[in-house]
Design a protein around this ligand. Sequence first.
Ligand code: NAD
Length: 638
Amino acid sequence: MVKKVTVVGAGTMGHGIAEVLAINGIKTNLVDVKEDILKGAMEKIGWSLRKLYEKGKIGRSPDEIMALISTFTSIKEAVRDVDLVIEAVPEIFELKKQVFREIDANSRPDTIIATNTSSIPISELASCTNRPDKVLGLHFFNPPVVMQLVEVVRGKDTSDEIVKQMIEFVRGIGKRPVLVRKDIPGFIVNRIMIRLLNTACILVKRGIYSIEEVDSALRKIGLPMGAFELSDYIGIDVLYFIIDSVRSRGMAIEPCQVFKEMMDKGKLGVKSGEGFYKYPSPGTYKKPDITALDRADPALLISPAVNEASYLLREGISSLQEINEATILGLGYPKGIFQYADEMGIDTIVNSLKKLNEITGSTEFSPDPILLRMLELGRTGTKSGFGFHEYFQENQMETIKILYRPPVAVIQLNRPEKLNSISRKMLDEIKKALIDLSSDENIRAVVMTGAGRAFSSGADISEFLQMSPEEMIKYSEYFKAVVESIEKSPKPIIAAINGYCLGGGLEIALGCDIRIAAESAKLGQPEVNIGLIPGGGATKRLPMLVGRSRAKLMIMTGEYISAQQAERMGLVDMVIRDDLLMMEAVNLCLKITSKPGKAIWASKVAINSGNSELESALFGILSADAKDKIKAFLEKKK
Ligand code: NAD
């Protein structure tokens, strides 16, 4: 639990971070090198708190909040007895290293040390301490009081426990944490931002668009600032420094030389009174007047940002939702970067990237493999219904939801407040949905999943209390019949196990043709804990997948197993990152539905029956339709 924090450096970021902490009732020590800097910082904090108080945005008085902040000119004194230190001194590697050593030497061994750096490797700062497991990045955005986002950056050695604690801490001070799982230069927001700004600059330098054309196009798609407005706002020198420093740490980006030329001329943007636009006086911001112009193609401008986001997703640096959130909260976009990609079309994004490679004669813009794979699968975005997100039409029933996007439908067990426990009503609705989907010619594959944190926690046992043994037998027969209708459905059904999958929930998943599970999923047959055995077919289907003794082990102990264990024993076929589970389930459906439907149906029937005469019979029946395909295949081989 973090009760007391020290912020080192009382500049632009440090004083803002201290203010955020005090607003949230945290005792804060603020350190800087000189008294007058600290005095100035406290004045700024006081001014800002009074404004917030007048607007009714804070409950306690500015004086009460200010009383939580103590100022120091010595790091040694300031860090002595605190739970967390947040370093916010200037972005100078040697200086930060020295400050880290001083913090390490003078603080308790359990004190967590965070840095607000934008570009220095966290792991290198961590190595200056004797506690690299307790060092991480907490990247606040400017101004900290206003900006909601904090990137929580994991260093090479940061422990899971510290990451967890710091995510909670960031939530506790009213901010939205986004976890950056690897210490990658530029983290998420800056990497995405500089792709856009640098590309805009290159296109202008090459005379393809004018500054106003670019900014007008970007404003038109809802970005809060055009690329050049934003560059001026950040400061051309700061922007060039960010691009150059991430490039020197391995990001494939060639800084646009116009930034350098402007820096050399002292045209630094708002702070110098002139950058790409002119301002009333140095440091006075006025939003540039831009005539609306329609010439620039927004997809050409934004595609490198999408490409970067795809790379971050593929590398597991952050999740799809987190990257969307980072662009909304960190860059003020009205929607996530992947939503933009889906709306513009993945095909358009890929073509734009190829065009940029042609224009620049480089490979910097080569489309990420994720984008190419999406194209292969026809996941072109909103127009096909599948992109980075799925765009389904819904049919809401009482306990389940059916999501349609031909050729795929999703049956979502939908009692999230009860972890999707299976009531009699739910069984009725699943049965009806299966009958409807079987006869729906547009639907060729089905995903079954759960809403919220669980696939399903099992049968709704509250219904058991009123049932006689005879009724329990009938209930079990009915449950098994529903699972059988999944198994016998003419369409392939994939279970996307998104969380707890227990008891009857697992029995439903066992009836599906293929099971894929999220990394965090837990599976089990815990009926023994209430003195029962599985009644929905697990005693038959579980041994078929995992062998008799393993099935007995699971059923007799009632213990849960992880998705990874389930995969090892053949109970699930694939384990997928949580945020990509639905995408992969749909990908699998699209892969299957791209094959001849009759062959898919026959595979299911033959495998389920285990009858080798039936296999031969189906093989023969299919051959009539297969002739043309065989001919085409042989032609291609010639
Ligand atoms: P700043 O120059 O405004 O403030 C830094 C403060 O640190 C100064 O007041 C300075 O006197 C003080 N300082 C220097 N040496 C010190 C020492 N040995 N002990 C204590 N204090 C010392 O810088 P800033 O813009 O607040 O940036 C701080 C950090 O935050 C940098 O790492 C920067 O990359 C990062 N950051 C900045 C922004 C931004 O928009 N300004 C946004 C995100 C992250």
